[in-house]
Design a protein around this ligand. Structure first.
Ligand SMILES: Nc1nc2c(ncn2[C@@H]2O[C@H](COP(=O)(O)OP(=O)(O)OP(=O)(O)O)[C@@H](O)[C@H]2O)c(=O)[nH]1
Ligand SMILES: [Mg+2]
Length: 550
């Protein structure tokens, strides 16, 4: 069977697709005797799917071929087929009800439907079914972690909320090392199982990445209709919901497939059981087939991404032909990067109090009061325990920052874990090989701190730090001046003689560089200035002219 989402938030368009109906039925059935887990593939990958087994409340069980198969289209979607079969089954088996009993049953069904409908919420412009989630974390003994367990769980709750889930409880355990079978100890597993029943939990989310075996074992213990997922799957799900451009969608699909590939193991053992154990190895073969299809699709996606990137690179090169320095905003998710871009450029990038509001880089021109310009790029935010598959998939997007003249690290200074967030960002940046690019740190949201004046004073005393409030606009002039100073550090000192016929060039130098001296001579204008490296290269012939100047 196919699943469009990873963690279980259910998208409910006005006319639900067979795929969604399929998930609806799977999810709201009593515990399945046969473990069924969504393949966590994007809709792009439905061809990878072969056979699924669905079970209805009535106990009717149907094996379905994949959604592209002729059987599905002939007989309606799997969900519809399941309903029909279940109806037939119930007609055969249902005892005769009195009119009163039938009325009560109908009323109950209506009430259930109402409760169900109330749980659809609007998220990122889509209607999402708000599943009840329970969070689980592990604190490693003798293991120093930047984020404490409670803080990490509270961040996980924010992630779950962003994904459209309703967190109904959480727990954690202190362990020397995780249990290889279930990640947590057996006592904790039982405790969570009780909570699942008491709170009607539909999804259990672990704060760390779980292995395929751990996910499978936990789902088996908790019962068939309880979904188990991990932080990585949750983040991938958010990215999936938020991807707005073709490139972002491709990147997320790639990351999802790469996450899923090692987790396909033994998902098909139900085939052996279905066949009464007679066809040994059937499940194994199926896994191999699925893995091969998935690998092929990963290959296709990579090629498609390559071509999209080539196109973007061409666009970027064109942008670079105008030698305006590029400044990239980097930082922890929700630090205020997009708000800062919007304030400085009048852009309309979505900025909201949710994690990962931005996925695609946006670049806008900043015009300063003194006539100088620079390009400002907003990028995807970072987070602690950032899934490696995601960093790899977004590498190309993030590579843009490696071509910038300056990195501005935006920090939410009002956040109690600001320091830990700074470390998490530095960790990701160290993986991106951008150590040679000059940096400037911005302490944002100073208005939200308990003592803004004290924080500002502290920033003044700290090298390469500017204190601002992107929301109110406070400190933005100081920020632009600091950017100019930092850009100057990254520029090259040139002395050149610009012929009078190259008047355009001279005005561009004034725009993008820092001109220290201008002198008009018979041969042209003699200048001494700091200019961006790319621009210095363009000036090479004129610099020689200058060298040969008497
Ligand atoms: N009080 C206050 N709130 C701010 C400030 N800057 C941003 N915010 C708020 O912080 C939230 C996140 O801001 P964004 O600009 O979306 O943050 P981001 O860094 O782009 O986040 P991602 O795109 O998720 O990485 C929004 O609700 C903003 O209104 C500020 O200076 N002061
Ligand atoms: Mg943003």
């Amino acid at each position: 069977m196919s699943g469009a989402c990873l963690c279980g938030s259910l998208i409910h368009p006005s006319s639900p697709s067979p795929l969604i109906q399929q998930r609806y039925h799977i999810h709201y059935l009593p515990p399945l005797p046969i473990p069924i887990r969504p393949l966590c593939l994007s809709p792009l990958t439905t061809t990878a799917l072969t056979t699924s087994v669905l079970q209805h409340d009535s106990g009717v069980e149907v094996a379905f071929p994949d959604s592209n198969d002729a059987v599905s289209s002939q007989n309606g979607s799997p969900a519809v087929q399941l309903e029909t079969l279940a109806e037939q089954h119930s007609e055969e088996a249902a005892p005769l009800l009195t009119t009163e009993e039938k009325g009560t049953k109908l009323r109950k069904k209506k009430e259930d439907d109402n409760v169900f409908d109330n749980r659809y919420k609007l998220r990122n412009g889509r209607e999402v079914f708000e599943e009840k989630a329970y969070l689980v974390g592990v604190e490693r003994k003798n293991y120093v972690q930047d984020f404490g367990i409670e803080e990490s769980l509270s961040e996980l709750e924010q992630l779950a909320d962003t994904a459209g889930l309703l967190v109904v409880g959480s727990t954690y355990q202190k362990l020397t090392s995780p249990n290889p079978r279930t990640y947590i100890g057996s006592g904790k597993v039982s405790e969570i199982k009780s909570a699942i029943h008491a709170l009607d939990v539909e999804t259990v989310i672990f704060d760390d990445e779980l292995s395929a075996g751990q996910l499978r074992n936990l789902e088996k213990i908790f019962g068939g209709d309880v979904r188990v997922c991990d932080r990585t799957a949750l983040i991938l799900d958010i990215f999936n919901q938020r991807a707005a451009t073709h490139e972002a969608s491709l990147q997320v699909s790639l990351a999802q497939m790469e996450y899923q590939l090692p987790r396909l193991t033994k998902m098909w053992t139900h085939l052996e059981r279905q066949a009464g154990g007679k066809v040994k190895g059937m499940g194994e073969k199926q896994i191999e087939v699925d893995k091969r299809i998935l690998r092929n699709q990963i290959g296709i996606l990579k090629k498609e991404l390559e071509s999209v990137r080539k196109h973007r690179k061409q666009y970027r090169n064109r942008r670079f032909s105008v030698p305006v320095p590029v400044v990239s905003l980097v930082g922890y998710t929700n630090a205020g990067k997009s708000t800062l871009l919007n304030q400085l450029t009048g852009a309309d990038v979505l900025a909201e109090d949710k994690l990962f509001a931005t996925l695609d880089p946006t670049t806008r021109r900043v015009q300063m009061k003194n006539g100088k310009e620079f390009l400002l790029t907003d990028t995807v935010g970072f987070i602690q325990k950032l899934p490696t598959t995601l960093v790899a998939a977004f590498r190309a997007t993030l590579e843009e920052i490696s071509e910038s003249s300056l990195l501005v690290h935006v920090v939410d200074i009002s956040h109690p874990l600001a320091e830990q967030q700074i470390n998490a960002v530095d960790k990701v940046l160290s993986e991106l090989d951008v150590s040679s690019i000059p940096r400037l740190m911005v302490w944002n949201k100073v208005d939200k701190t308990s003592d803004p004046q004290k924080v500002s004073l502290e920033a003044e005393k700290t090298e390469d730090v500017v204190c601002i409030s992107a929301l109110s606009g406070e400190g933005l002039t100081e920020f632009c001046n600091a950017v100019q100073d930092k850009l100057k550090d990254s520029m090259v000192w040139v002395e050149a003689l610009i012929p009078f016929e190259n008047g355009d060039l001279l005005s561009t130098i004034h725009q993008v560089g820092m001109v220290e001296k201008t002198e008009y001579t018979e041969q042209g204008t003699y200048i001494k200035a700091h200019v961006p490296l790319r621009f210095a290269r363009m000036l090479t012939p004129m610099r020689q002219l200058c060298v040969s100047r008497p």
